[in-house]
Design a protein around this ligand. Structure first.
Ligand code: URA
Length: 246
């Protein structure tokens, strides 16, 4: 387990002992939480296409048309180097929509967002507040195609991809949004401030409550930020609890 996972596990354990609500059942170490979340979720194709129950409720012609448009998109230079378009994963009927930055190498190879090391930490972070990728979260990115060498998204690439994300949010119509990392946070808040200055409050994106937190890849590089990320996840849990069940 990485240092940040270990720290998160220790922190979770402390909060659990203090009886913090929203914490996964007592006695589960972080590694176990992650394994449970992964076993429950499996590794599958984008649930938008395969979850029949979800499809009946949310995935309509417009969503499928948007997905098809994304899969064929050549609006920017990233189309030239990609293996796949990474549209989304998780449950399109979920109350929570997570928006990340852009696919990396593993995401480009598999067509699924957040399946590499950062994705495993994201799953753990979500599991710490009783959210699982398959059941209770829909995950996508600001960019649907991998920037070469995992470089930062360029402004014109974000601009080209923005209509897809705008429409994706409209069609999925989440109750709550979580931005992970500065690119998603800045795009959704329309602020240029650094993530450290943006986090810690609830925003509104088109009337949808929005919480922002560190990107899991940034947490892997800076384990000292785990405590702040934990606070952000608690804020997310609070916003979700205030708005309804589960
Ligand atoms: N980082 C992201 O922001 N998104 C992914 O899908 C993978 C890594």
């Amino acid at each position: 387990m990485t240092e940040v996972s270990t720290r998160l596990a220790t922190y979770l354990d402390q909060r659990r002992r203090l009886g913090e609500p929203g914490i996964v059942p007592a006695g589960l170490a972080a590694g176990e939480i992650l394994r449970l979340a992964q076993a429950r979720d499996g590794v599958g194709a984008d649930s938008a296409a395969t979850d029949a129950a979800g499809a009946a409720r949310v995935v309509n012609d417009d969503y499928e048309a948007l997905r098809a448009a994304a899969m064929a998109c050549t609006r920017c230079r990233l189309a030239d180097g990609r293996k796949t378009v990474v549209f989304a994963d998780g449950n399109p009927t979920a109350r929570l929509m997570v928006v990340g930055e852009a696919p990396g190498a593993r995401e480009d190879a598999t067509g699924l967002p957040f399946v590499g090391q950062a994705g495993r930490l994201l799953d753990l972070m979500l599991a710490s507040v009783a959210l699982s990728r398959r059941d209770s979260v829909y995950i996508c990115n600001v960019l649907k195609c991998r920037p070469p060498g995992n470089r930062n998204p360029q402004p014109d690439e974000i601009e080209s991809c923005a209509p897809l994300l705008t429409r994706q949010i409209e069609l999925v119509a989440p109750e709550v949004l979580l931005a992970v990392g500065s690119f998603a946070a800045q795009w959704l808040t329309t602020s240029r401030r650094a993530l450290g200055k943006l986090r810690g409050k609830v925003y509104s994106y088109q009337g949808v409550p929005l919480v922002v937190t560190y990107h899991p890849a940034a947490l892997l590089r800076n384990p000292g930020w785990s405590r702040l990320a934990w606070d952000d996840l608690q804020l997310l849990r609070q916003v979700m609890d205030e708005r309804g069940d589960a």
